[in-house]
Design a protein around this ligand. Structure first.
Ligand SMILES: Cc1cc2nc3c(=O)[nH]c(=O)nc-3n(C[C@H](O)[C@H](O)[C@H](O)COP(=O)(O)O)c2cc1C
Length: 164
């Protein structure tokens, strides 16, 4: 099992519904490949964790790299030989973190929100942020964060996320 973390930037401003569609489409591909993961968007930056069998993850990443809606795609972190999935609840899911109130609830210190563009290049910061956002999304959706294979491909709306 490998876990890979990527950072990329939107090439142009994408409306939230378009990003949600992107995520739903990604989740469909990932489900077929038995890949799970999570992503956040903040200030036009995507952070994404993808996990599964190495070949499956590489195939998914190949497709991701070819997507012309983003660029400056940086590979931040690779964990090989992981014993279990860290983002197993969904094939892919998404949390928008542009809203400072949501950031405070999901992550905590707003100092880190202000520094996001810079700090998101730091692999340790980014993995930690993805983990916090994943846990927040799981609790908002009443999904067990440790559950694997449940509700794969189900993508909640941002409204559901904000409701909790
Ligand atoms: C930030 C970002 C993350 C993506 N993540 C994935 C992914 O996890 N899995 C995947 O197969 N494709 C991923 N893609 C690629 C797109 O989902 C893929 O190109 C698109 O869904 C193809 O859609 P279509 O088959 O409907 O044309 C990602 C693209 C971007 C910009």
């Amino acid at each position: 099992m490998v876990i890979r973390v990527f950072r990329s930037e939107m090439k142009f401003i994408m409306p939230y519904p378009d990003i949600q569609d992107l995520c739903i489409s990604a989740a469909r591909y990932n489900r077929d490949a038995d890949v799970t993961g999570f992503m956040i968007e903040c200030g036009g930056v995507f952070l994404q964790a993808v996990e599964g069998r190495e070949e499956a993850v590489d195939t998914v990443l190949h497709r991701t790299r070819r997507d012309s809606r983003h660029h400056h795609i940086d590979h931040l972190l690779s964990i090989d030989g992981a014993a279990r999935r860290q983002f197993g609840a969904w094939a892919m899911n998404l949390m928008f973190l542009d809203d400072a109130r949501l950031w405070r609830r999901a992550v905590g210190p707003l100092k880190e929100y202000d520094d996001f563009l810079l700090r998101s290049r730091d692999p340790v910061f980014s993995l930690g942020l993805l983990s916090l956002a994943y846990r927040f999304a799981c609790s908002a959706m009443e999904v067990d964060p440790a559950a694997v294979g449940l509700k794969r491909g189900r993508v909640p709306s941002a409204a559901q996320m904000l409701k909790s």
